[in-house]
Design a protein around this ligand. Structure first.
Ligand code: OGA
Ligand code: MN
Length: 292
């Protein structure tokens, strides 16, 4: 299966052609894809036709999978596998989720720049987001190249950040948009600590590990740490570091969560936007990974 790779941006985001994921990805193609992920951090596979099992099977080829947090939520569509995060505004009966419904909070939370599962001790390595039904306008997914953002920092700033440890919590990122969890949900969502600067063994590059979930920096007063996190985020999401993906049905976008942040953009709340995500977990907390 020969793989064809085209990057339309400098070292960030590439389209992969010649792979029909539903038919299974052979070892040599898989190796090319992993190499491309190390290099470009975000990959697009167009025109795929995937059922849940095929989507999950490809995810498993890239590593062990997370069980979706959404699998535990009330009223979940039971036809969706527990390895799939249902990133949609569609109810089991096919209607669009009403504005104000608690279930829309997941999608709204995704509009803040983040990286997946940084609030878990062992966060996500890759995410594989598959566009099933996408709006005609808006609803893009945007990606920020956190390696390029790190490279663009001054030497002094890099030195200051190297060993900092950050508190991440989904409770924090949801509070930012005015959403509060109940007691039971809070108990199931403890915060996690992660390194602010990470080393990517596949490319040998350093990266900034930030997310909307980041709330404070260990050893700093909360406002000092939060300001620094906000300033670094503002730096990282300058348009020169960002690629905006315009969805077509059948797109599968795979990204490295260690090397990027992402967010969705607004679309008409009455129009269906239906994506499925499979998430590959990392092997350890960022704190337990080497810095070189
Ligand atoms: C996600 C996510 C963004 C989007 O699935 O992790 O953040 O555009 N999605 O839906
Ligand atoms: Mn996400």
């Amino acid at each position: 299966m020969p793989v064809h790779i085209t990057s339309r941006r400098n070292g960030f985001f590439a389209e992969i052609e010649g792979v029909d994921i539903a038919r299974g990805v052979d070892t040599s193609a898989l190796r090319e894809i992993e190499k491309a992920l190390d290099c470009y951090a975000v990959l697009l596979f167009r025109g795929q036709s995937l059922d849940q099992a095929q989507h999950i099977a490809f995810g498993r080829q890239l590593g062990p999978l997370e069980v979706s947090l959404l699998a535990a939520r009330d009223g979940r569509d039971l036809s969706i596998a527990k390895e799939i995060s249902d990133i949609s505004n569609v109810e089991p009966d096919g209607t669009v989720t009403a504005v104000g419904d608690r279930r829309r909070m997941t999608a709204l939370g995704n509009r803040l720049w983040h990286t997946d599962s940084s609030f878990m001790k062992v966060p996500a390595k890759y995410s594989l987001l598959y566009g099933r039904n996408v709006p005609k306008r808006g609803g893009n997914t945007e990606f920020a190249d956190m390696r390029a953002a790190y490279d663009a920092l001054s030497k002094t700033m890099k030195g200051r950040l190297t060993n900092l440890v950050v508190d991440h919590s989904i409770v924090h990122s949801r509070a930012v948009i005015g959403f509060a969890y109940n007691e039971k949900e809070l108990a199931a969502r403890p915060p996690a600590e992660q390194r602010l600067v990470r080393f990517l063994p596949g490319s040998g590059r350093m990266t900034l590990y930030l997310a909307s979930h980041a709330s404070s920096i260990r050893g700093m007063p909360v406002p000092e740490g939060r300001m620094l996190l906000m300033e670094l985020t503002e730096h990282a999401v300058q348009r020169r570091f960002v690629h905006s993906h315009r969805w077509q049905p059948g797109d599968l976008v795979v990204w490295d969560n260690r090397a990027t942040m992402h967010r969705s953009t607004a679309s008409d709340p009455n129009e269906i936007r239906d994506l499925h995500r499979v998430t590959v977990t990392d092997y350890a907390s960022s704190l337990d990974q080497p810095l070189e």
